[in-house]
Design a protein around this ligand. Structure first.
Ligand code: NDP
Ligand code: HSE
Length: 436
């Protein structure tokens, strides 16, 4: 059988990893796909860049359209990132009837509905395993492995850069900015790292997970997104003293009135498996009604872990090239005409417990005033600790853990608390999930 000819768009971290992995595992991959997979054309803006691996037999081009339009190229792997020109290139590949593999979660989250509709009309597969949780085959799990379940919730550490930063801050007491630089040097971060630390990359991934878990269209604009930039070393220390770790989580959950879609830092009990996922590792817990809670763990970013997912998608699309489009797994797991548009809960309606960090005057009655405002809003306190003031400061840190409360009630109580003259700074709050 003739080899399948693959065109790569992008020769950076993931593109380079894909070239290496496909070369190293060529035989194993061919045994699985039934045909040899050969990368023939590669787009890079800098073909003269020194590479530590062979590019023999590959045509390096500086115009991405030369990859897509190359009549020899049968499958296109988009590993550029961003919206444009990635979107135009993918749509053109679809128009030409070429299956596409992409690692681009931003593009899928924002334009996936349109891309999948076009792909379905044309009978072309667009595969995106590498777009979520790097090397963990979570798309395959949700689309196929758990297809017999009604998925109740998905919660995960789905940004390697954030987890790498939070782990280094906790374990080594290192500064945020310094660790972020290291994550960039290791190829974990996005080209614009604010997408990572502001939670946007995780929101892209959660958009995709929620769509295939619940059978809803991709709804990036409905995801509540909060980054890790306001997490301080003190928060990490106090959380630890209380038996918790701080992680950035993506959560998609069915509730009586709709679904929750949120990405934000979270305290998790230190005994939970998710709390012990460190560094660039990712982990996703999926709760299905039949199977119960299941956990998927692995590297969430980096050249070869991501190339592992790209390779799996290439094998899938090559196997499917001869299959009837009607008999393929639908892009978003559910048949396109069976997607339902569930209501996404506004954050005011979401219920979680809270960690509250206040700075207050060190004088009698302050604690009682705050406790009264919390009680007025039916917020019950699980724990409270008062810390020593810092040498240069007059006010003292006061930490509360609350039981579960509606976010709108917490907002109202915080507003009252902040109006007290003895409260010296806005209430700093982090949501707390027990993941039971
Ligand atoms: P890199 O920046 O390392 O590589 C991107 C490649 O695309 C480079 O070849 C670059 O050219 C080229 N490129 C970038 N911007 C443009 C543009 N505007 N026009 C034309 N070419 C461009 O990115 P990664 O390999 O890290 O990421 C690629 C994709 O994979 C992204 O969608 C990312 O989100 C996703 N991803 C990344 C992971 C990771 O761990 N890095 C993990 C999972 C997904 P040049 O070489 O000249 O700079
Ligand atoms: N920047 C992403 C992360 C890459 O750190 O998780 C993997 O999607």
């Amino acid at each position: 059988m003739q080899p399948v000819k693959i065109g790569l768009l992008g020769f950076g971290t993931v593109g380079g990893g894909t070239v290496r992995v496909l070369a190293r595992n060529a035989q194993e991959i061919a045994r699985r796909a039934g045909r040899e997979l050969r990368i023939t054309t590669v787009f890079t803006r800098d073909p003269s860049k020194p590479r530590l691996y062979s590019v023999e037999g590959m045509r390096l081009v500086t115009d991405p359209w030369q990859v897509v339009e190359d009549p020899e190229v049968e499958v296109v792997a988009e590993l550029i990132g961003g919206i444009s020109p990635a979107k135009e290139l993918i749509l053109r590949a679809i128009e030409l009837g070429k299956p596409v593999v992409t690692a681009n979660k931003a593009l899928i989250a924002l334009h996936g509905n349109e891309i999948f509709a076009r792909a379905s009309q044309r009978g072309v597969m667009v595969a995106f395993e590498a777009a979520v949780a790097g090397g963990i085959p979570i798309i395959k799990v949700l689309r196929e492995g758990l297809a017999g379940n009604r998925i109740e919730w998905v919660a995960g550490i789905i940004n390697g850069t954030c987890n790498f930063i939070l782990s280094a801050m906790r374990e080594q007491g290192r500064e945020f900015a310094e660790v972020l630089k290291e994550a960039q040097a290791l190829g974990y971060a996005e080209a614009d790292p604010s997408l990572d630390v502001e939670g946007i990359d995780a929101a892209h991934k959660l958009t995709i997970l929620a769509a295939i878990a619940f059978g809803i269209p991709l709804k990036f604009a409905s995801v509540y997104t909060e980054g890790i930039t306001r997490i301080t070393p003190e928060d990490i220390r106090y959380a630890e003293e209380l038996g918790y770790r701080i992680k950035s989580l993506g959560i998609a959950r069915r509730s009586g009135e709709g679904i929750e879609l949120r990405v934000h830092p979270c305290l998790i009990p230190a005994r939970r498996l998710l709390a012990n996922v460190e560094g660039v590792m990712n982990a996703v817990v999926v709760k299905g009604d039949a199977v119960g809670p299941t956990l998927y763990y692995g590297p969430g970013a980096g050249a070869e872990p991501t190339a592992s997912a790209v390779g799996a998608d290439l094998v899938d699309v090559v196997r499917a090239m001869t299959a009837d489009p009607e008999n393929r797994v639908p892009h978003l797991a559910f048949q396109p005409d069976a997607l339902s548009d569930l209501r996404v809960l506004p954050m005011g309606e979401v219920e979680t417990a809270y960690y509250l960090h206040l700075r207050v005057a060190d004088q009698p009655g302050v604690l009682a005033d705050i406790a009264r405002f919390l009680a007025d809003h039916d917020i019950s306190i699980e724990a409270v600790i008062q810390k020593e003031p810092k040498p240069s400061q007059q006010d003292v840190p006061l930490i509360f853990l609350t039981h579960k409360v509606r976010e709108s009630a917490l907002d109202a109580a915080a507003k009252k608390i902040e109006s007290l003259p003895t409260v010296k700074a806005p209430v700093h709050r982090i949501r707390l999930e027990t993941l039971e």
